[in-house]
Design a protein around this ligand. Structure first.
Ligand code: IPE
Ligand code: IPE
Ligand code: MG
Length: 231
């Protein structure tokens, strides 16, 4: 089977999952955070090389303060508690987004886990935190401009030069984007990188999205015909 090398996931539906059970939204986020490990394992078993997970958008700061605090605590806990598991499985953790905008605790815990797992090669687990597609594009533009002010180069910017200024220029573009939770939109995720990505939308809420659901998405991907503008 044709397995996607790089899968990106918009992990949506934690709040509705909790609501359906009469629980607080924070319980949905807790359940969702447990799912990350399960899906990372399943991705390894399927032969996927890179998994990019949308965990917190630049727009998610507009949620109630208590919910934002719960999420920040969960990110710090994840980085601390899963470090051993990441090492055992050979998972390399990294992040994309404006890390400098995160509170000290999650930022330091994540930085530690990123450095400790830097040499692992089984799976790259790339977590999008304080990430916005537009923010990534303007950050890249600023970087290109800064370099050019120094060099005095005024030639047209090429796609290659611009792509090299993105958050993770070494990663290939996602082959498959999965969005759980039933919404049919990309909510400011990976605006540049998704240009030729295959999309898969499912009603399943993120805390219920397991290895069987991942397999179904990969199977559907295998039936897609990618043309990249050719005939
Ligand atoms: C996704 O679940 C997690 C984050 C955005 C952090 P939601 O919290 O958006 O869940 P719903 O969409 O309200 O159900
Ligand atoms: C997208 O989900 C962001 C993450 C999953 C981190 P949202 O729940 O924030 O998206 P909208 O608001 O429904 O578009
Ligand atoms: Mg949502």
């Amino acid at each position: 089977m044709n397995v996607p090398r790089h899968i990106a996931i918009i992990m949506d539906g934690n709040g509705r999952w909790a609501q359906a059970r009469g629980l607080a939204r924070s319980e949905g986020h807790r359940a969702g955070s447990k799912q990350v490990e399960i899906i990372a394992d399943a991705a390894i078993a399927e032969g996927v090389q890179t998994l990019t997970l949308y965990a917190f958008s630049t727009e998610n700061w507009n949620r109630p303060k208590t919910e934002v605090e719960t999420l920040m605590t969960l990110f710090a806990e994840y980085a601390q508690h899963s470090l051993n598991d990441l090492q055992r499985r050979g998972i390399r953790l990294r992040t994309i987004g404006r890390m400098e905008g995160l509170p000290m605790l999650p930022r330091m815990a994540l930085q530690r886990a990123i450095e400790a797992t830097a040499k692992n090669t089984t799976l790259t687990l790339n977590v999008a935190l304080n990430y916005g597609g537009r923010a990534e594009l303007v950050d890249a533009a600023s970087k290109v401009v800064a370099g050019r002010v120094k060099s005095g180069d005024t030639s047209p910017v090429t796609e290659e030069e611009f792509a090299a200024a993105l958050y993770a220029p070494d990663l290939t573009s996602p082959d498959l984007l999965i969005r759980t939770g039933g919404e049919l939109r990309i909510s400011n995720f990976l605006l540049w990188e998704l240009s030729y990505t295959e999309f898969y939308f499912t009603e399943v809420l993120w805390p219920d999205f397991g290895p069987a659901e991942l397999h179904a998405a990969i199977e559907e991907f295998g039936n897609r015909q990618r043309r990249f503008g050719k005939v």
